[in-house]
Design a protein around this ligand. Structure first.
Ligand code: ATP
Ligand code: MG
Length: 358
């Protein structure tokens, strides 16, 4: 949409803790890359979060989905605060929006960037470049189940996974479509059908059925335990990985750790049908231990902004922003402390804008 196109409307929630420190860097990088590529952006801030909860009893207003419904994308910061229970900040924010907007894909690229010291000996850039496609609406996190006989020896808890053919097929199909659109050649399915006797065989069947529609892409199924080990021993054997809600949750935190810092990894909660806005967010939390010091790494939120541009069809701008992020991270002088550097949040952000040429 270079020149002439309608402005992309982006809602921005800076959130809590380090959110208000990293978000201005992400927004200003987006504005810079948009100006250089002739893209019109209409950015609207929302001051939701824990301060709002402490004053009014909810982190965002009840009509938040209506307020955000008309936007093309949401760039979200972390909401979390030691004074507020996790159930309030998680269910009252990300999970509520995910549900309201049927964001059934959780896309999490995991890539070891050049110059970043990762924890795996002998694994360099190019050896670790995986896109995780995590199911985001059903499976192990369905909430179905309950507890009986509280306090007795016979007390029991039942947690029911709910998998549907429709739910599995749409996430698997997205994984193949994403692979095709991005020149990736292999899709791995995370399974556990040797031990989980109902849900995972259905998962395997759906994977095989959808895979048959993509003869140009090779596949394999890997048991979740073996897959976890393989991420550490042979990460280069993985390209796109499709996983259930729980399996994807665990694999992607491992993936972020293998990339050198929690402060780098981005995520996208997508409604691929585009009936609702999708939401882009760094995977890290509010990091109360370092908040207010100006030392947080802004890269996770910046990279999430690049994912938003990509999803909005601005491929050149997205690639330019990602290249600027990589140049910043590759230079020890512009790296933040979590990556062994000394740069402040603002200095890292300024370096990204300079690398863009803005
Ligand atoms: P929450 O409950 O909000 O998820 P948390 O403490 O569980 O908070 P994070 O906030 O992600 O999780 O913090 C985990 C660790 O990673 C902390 O030590 C934090 O300082 C560090 N960290 C997280 N994000 C960043 C960042 N952007 N830059 C530098 N360090 C970070
Ligand atoms: Mg956390």
């Amino acid at each position: 949409a270079a020149g002439g196109g309608r402005a992309h409307r982006i809602a921005v929630v800076a959130g809590d803790g380090i959110g208000p420190e990293v978000m201005p860097e992400a927004v200003s990088a987006l504005e810079t890359v948009a100006r250089l590529h002739g893209i019109a952006l209409d950015i609207v801030p929302f001051d939701w979060g824990s301060e709002r909860y402490l004053a009014h009893g909810s982190v965002m207003p009840a009509d938040a989905p209506e307020q955000l419904g008309g936007f093309d994308a949401i760039l979200a910061g972390p909401i979390g605060d030691p004074r507020v229970p996790d159930t309030v900040t998680v269910w009252g924010y990300i999970l509520a929006l995910r549900q309201a907007f049927d964001q059934y894909v959780n896309l999490r690229p995991v890539r070891l960037m050049a110059g970043v010291p990762g924890p795996l000996a002998g694994v360099g850039p190019g050896d670790l470049d995986i896109v995780f496609v995590r199911e985001n609406t059903e499976g192990e996190y369905s909430g179905a189940g309950g507890r009986l006989h509280a306090g007795h020896d016979a007390e029991l808890a039942v947690e029911t996974s709910v998998f549907t053919r429709g739910g599995i097929e749409r996430i698997v199909r997205y994984a193949f479509e994403h692979a095709r659109a991005h020149g990736r050649r292999h899709v791995t399915s995370a399974t556990k059908s040797n031990a989980l006797r109902h849900a995972m065989p259905l998962w395997d069947e759906c994977f095989a059925r959808v895979a048959a529609d993509y003869p140009d892409i090779t596949t394999d199924s890997c048991l979740i335990d073996a897959l976890t080990a393989r991420m550490v021993t042979r990460p280069g054997s993985l390209d796109v990985v499709v996983a259930s809600n729980l399996f994807g949750d665990i694999l992607t935190d491992l993936g972020a750790a293998l990339c050198g810092s929690m402060g780098i990894a981005p995520s996208a909660n997508l409604d691929p049908t585009r009936q609702h806005p999708s939401l882009f967010q760094a995977i890290h939390g509010s990091a109360p231990d370092i908040a207010g010091q100006g030392i947080a790494n802004p890269v996770g939120e910046l990279w999430s902004g690049a994912l938003a541009l990509e999803f909005l069809g601005e491929h050149e701008a997205a690639a330019a922003l990602l290249a600027a992020i990589e140049a910043t991270v590759a230079d020890p002088a512009t790296r933040t402390r979590d990556l062994g550097g000394t740069a402040s949040t603002a200095e890292a952000g300024a370096a990204v804008r300079a690398a863009l040429g803005g």
